[in-house]
Design a protein around this ligand. Sequence first.
Ligand SMILES: Nc1ncnc2c1ncn2[C@@H]1O[C@H](COP(=O)(O)OP(=O)(O)OP(=O)(O)O)[C@@H](O)[C@H]1O
Ligand SMILES: [Mg+2]
Length: 306
Amino acid sequence: MSDTTHAPDDGPILIADGVHRSFGGVRAVDVEHMEVERGSVVALIGPNGAGKTTFFNVLTGFERADGGTWRFEGHDVSGQAAYAAARVGMVRTFQTARVFPRLSVLDNIRLAAKDQKGEHLRSALFPWVWRRQEAALGERAAELGRWVGLGDKLEDRAGTLSGGQRKLLELARGVMAAPRLLMLDEPMAGVNPALRQLLLDKIRELPGEGITVLFVEHDMDVVSAISDVVVCMAEGRIIASGTAGQVASDPRVIDAYLGGSSGDLRDMADELAPVVDELYADGRTPDSTDSDGTDSDGTDSDGARP
Ligand SMILES: Nc1ncnc2c1ncn2[C@@H]1O[C@H](COP(=O)(O)OP(=O)(O)OP(=O)(O)O)[C@@H](O)[C@H]1O
Ligand SMILES: [Mg+2]
């Protein structure tokens, strides 16, 4: 295997270089360099439209890149199809949970398993092999269902779950796929406060299970609670990375949030409001300087009639 340059337990688990993708004139993703440290929990933040989901889509083969390379576990996986990315251990969830509503919670989880030997001809000839495997998968799926707090809903149709419970189900499905890197796109969106803490705790447990986490999140409390590293994107680029504290106080990050019209990271903007007020407390409000002195009502001023 000529492209295996790192020992599996060595170095960053994901390294991306020069990854870009445009839609029409919009440079949705323009990432010069990004690394994800093995065993870490990394948050990807940024205002609406910053390119976070598109970056996820490109890395996991759900969207093509216009250019760039990315290596996962030392293998060049640039431009590979989604199933190939998942097979090597890059598994992602979606901003809007994707579940099979008519299937039970348990079956939803079970179907996320990869490498089901029952699908292979050789195993089909030896049914006891896949029967044993099916039983093991069922047990694992039930275990993960209980792990995310859906133990009493395993037989319910997934379509009956609330939005928040679907997010929990998605997490269980993600883990069932035995990822090395689990990429979660807004795992907390729509999750009520009671379930949020559970979800947070579960995500924090993943590195202990050998799963590195890269997740998109808007809520800075969530980000600070569980991230080792925070990376901020704006207009497709990575503009800052570091601890939650470092990134939240980075002027480029503050500019990106306040400059945009998205109103995102509202908490952060709210916290900053008093600072901005103080800055302009001497009366120099940003729009009090009508410098050109034009009178919007000037049409009245000449008063002349023909
Ligand atoms: N399929 C598409 N076709 C055209 N433009 C797209 C497409 N997907 C994304 N975009 C644009 O690319 C940019 C990045 O969008 P993206 O969804 O990746 O942002 P995001 O950071 O995930 O935002 P949010 O926080 O709202 O989920 C936006 O300007 C968006 O309108
Ligand atoms: Mg998004």
